[in-house]
Design a protein around this ligand. Sequence first.
Ligand code: MN
Length: 200
Amino acid sequence: MAFELPKLPYAYDALEPYIDARTMEIHHSKHHQAYTTNLNQAIAGTALENASIEEILTSCKDLPAVRNNGGGYWNHNLFWEVMAPDAGGHPTGRLAEAIDAAFGSFDGFKDAFAKAATTRFGSGWAWLCVSKGELEICSTANQDNPLMGEGCQGTPILGLDVWEHAYYLTYQNRRPDYINAFFSVIHWGKVSEKFEAALK
Ligand code: MN
């Protein structure tokens, strides 16, 4: 069964001024579409053809085309979901308590997450994960993710794309400014849902 590009849950310009409409359009309709198309091509006629994306991610380490495109497919699905217009602010409830426990405070979380995103050399992702019931921050290269056994090997509940295609039109070489802007579009309600699901 072929994977399909999910519809964005908001308009391309919905995250402005933090992420511009042209970047969102190219990122979703070209980059994410290409990962989806190329994943389908890479698994066609193989034992993975009818596997779930999670099964694919845990068994693709030695299959570069599946690894790169399967990661690209899954990572962007999460990325679109954990952003929203009129979002940002801070988490509440059990997620907020877990963030305080793991990072000392919400500001401590932001510092650690921004550091992971800033120091990822080249292209990759920064992640907030649930690992053995606790929160951890890590980063991975390219389109890898923790479900593949990379990084902290937990379940990602928040991901930030730090490939240049995610920010270059507005921010050029200023990745730290893009990372800072990301905090204004995080959909903490959705991240909380993913946190609760990952604890089960
Ligand atoms: Mn991307």
